[in-house]
Design a protein around this ligand. Structure first.
Ligand SMILES: Cc1cc2nc3c(=O)[nH]c(=O)nc-3n(C[C@H](O)[C@H](O)[C@H](O)COP(=O)(O)OP(=O)(O)OC[C@H]3O[C@@H](n4cnc5c(N)ncnc54)[C@H](O)[C@@H]3O)c2cc1C
Length: 436
């Protein structure tokens, strides 16, 4: 006879604590079999097999598995196409229900809909919960029932709702390990078997730094200071709970809270306007005649533009998988405006390199910089890398860290003149937008 189980499917929620769907699964009447699927559809899109994100996920799963092993149970990992894996699991177990937390990316919604339909067709319920955001879907709409496309009123509504319904739908996880299926511990599929190799990234249990968050608003714009949380990857893969972050932000820093709200703002934009994944939010911006010069793009990707702040940012990204937010804005603006290269090229480059890469945040911010997004910076705002340096890296501490050859003949001259490039960008934008 097959064992009756509740399946718990880990995705962007790689933790045992304060996990809404896991908590619900553990309160269901059947023992919980926790699983993770390395999805071939996603893995096959990663050209570089030395991918830090895959390694991070792998290490986070090992940490979960250790906790489970200490409690006489295990995580089961699989590699393949999720629906095929579920069909195999259905042959092996008497599945009573499948639990997971919601994912809002267009591809994930498509995948989950097909899996929901499959389970529905065989009489098994597939239950998805809100976990990676405080508010999702249509929790926050304008009075006329349409989604917000401007951040400030959205954030006011977000805060108002949080006051009314604190952490709707979530609870601190009070599960007992006894509710997991008793199994001998199994190893996580190896990175090699997944077709990937070890990187320099190291997973550790994420934590919130009170002093750093309390001072966040004063120092966050200075890339030489280590003054931002660096929790991007943990929030992205759910190794920390967003409710824990939001509670901490409420207690310690409103500016940091605003950043967490920007994250949800872009997530709801992607959810309600999935076309932004490939198109400009403002369609006119797709009429811009980008230069798309491949040689220029390569210089940008290598950090050889001759603009020190831009080069420092790209080199930081290439070497570490992180780039400071202020520098991300300057680097992105340089690509779209100074080089007149389609923001989608830059977006794809960031997607391949950023440890904290997240479709909604990356797309939302690139479109914000390019001017094509909702509530974006006005198109005529062209970041001046020199002025940004004077303001935020006056002593060039950040620049010199990443561009040590700065004052030597090895460092290239600026690849394009700032005033000329600015004018060229404004002309192209005006032409496309019809306000020349
Ligand atoms: C061109 C460009 C691309 C970006 N791509 C990404 C991306 O792929 N993934 C990503 O998480 N952030 C992205 N950001 C936003 C921001 O730069 C990073 O979230 C931040 O630098 C991460 O560092 P931190 O973890 O120390 O963040 P902190 O400054 O400590 O902020 C805390 C958290 O708030 C969220 N957050 C902060 N700023 C933003 C923002 N502007 N938009 C959305 N969420 C935000 C993130 O989850 C971040 O980890 C991008 C910004 C730009 C300008």
């Amino acid at each position: 006879m097959k064992t009756k189980v509740t399946l718990y499917w880990f995705r962007r929620d790689l933790r045992l604590c304060d996990n809404v769907a896991l908590n619900a699964a553990l309160n269901s009447p059947y023992p919980v079999l926790p699983i993770f699927i390395f999805d071939d559809t996603i893995l096959n899109q990663l050209d570089d097999k030395k991918d830090r994100r895959v390694d991070y996920i792998h290490q986070a799963l090992q940490a979960i598995n250790q906790q489970l092993a200490d409690n006489q149970t295990t995580l089961c990992t699989y590699k393949g196409i999720p629906i095929h894996i579920f069909k195999q699991l259905n042959a092996a177990y008497d599945i009573q229900a499948v639990y997971c937390n919601r994912d809002y990316e267009p591809q994930a919604i498509k995948r989950d809909t097909a899996i929901y339909d499959y389970f529905q067709s065989i009489g098994i319920s597939f239950k998805a919960f809100k976990d990676q955001v405080i508010f999702d879907k249509s929790d926050i709409l304008k009075a006329d029932g349409t989604p917000y496309t401007v951040y400030t009123p959205y954030s006011h509504k977000w805060k108002e709702l949080l006051r009314q319904k604190p952490y709707a739908g979530s609870q601190t996880n009070s599960h007992s390990f006894a509710n997991f299926l008793k199994l001998t511990s199994l190893p996580i599929i190896s990175l090699e078997a997944l077709g990937f190799v070890k990187t320099a990234i190291r997973y550790s249990q994420p934590s919130l730094n009170e002093k750093l968050i309390a001072d966040y608003h004063q120092h966050r714009d200075y890339p030489a200071k280590n003054a931002t949380s660096r929790l991007g990857i943990a929030i992205r893969f759910g190794t920390i709970s967003i409710r824990q972050c939001v509670k901490f932000a409420q207690q310690h820093n409103q500016t940091w809270l605003s950043e967490l709200i920007w994250r949800e703002f872009f997530m709801q934009i992607l959810y309600h306007f999935p076309q932004v994944a490939t198109q400009s939010f403002k369609p006119k911006y797709d009429l811009i005649s980008w230069r798309n010069d491949v040689a220029d793009f390569e210089k940008w990707c290598k950090g050889q533009t001759g603009y020190p702040l831009v080069d420092a940012g790209i080199r930081e990204l290439n070497q570490t998988g992180f780039m400071h937010n202020r520098v991300r804005m300057v680097v992105a603006s340089f690509l779209c405006k100074h080089l007149l290269i389609d923001w989608r090229w830059g977006e794809a480059y960031f997607a391949s390199k950023l440890d904290d890469y997240d479709l909604a945040a990356n797309n939302g911010n690139w479109q914000w910089v390019a001017g094509s997004g909702c509530d974006a910076t006005p198109y005529f705002r062209v970041f001046n890398p020199q002025l940004q340096t004077d303001k935020f890296d006056k002593n060039q501490l950040y620049i010199k860290k990443w561009v040590p050859e700065l004052d030597t003949p090895q460092y290239p001259p600026p690849m394009v003149d700032h005033a000329y490039a600015r004018e060229r960008a404004l002309n192209s934008y005006r032409q496309a937008l019809g306000s020349a």
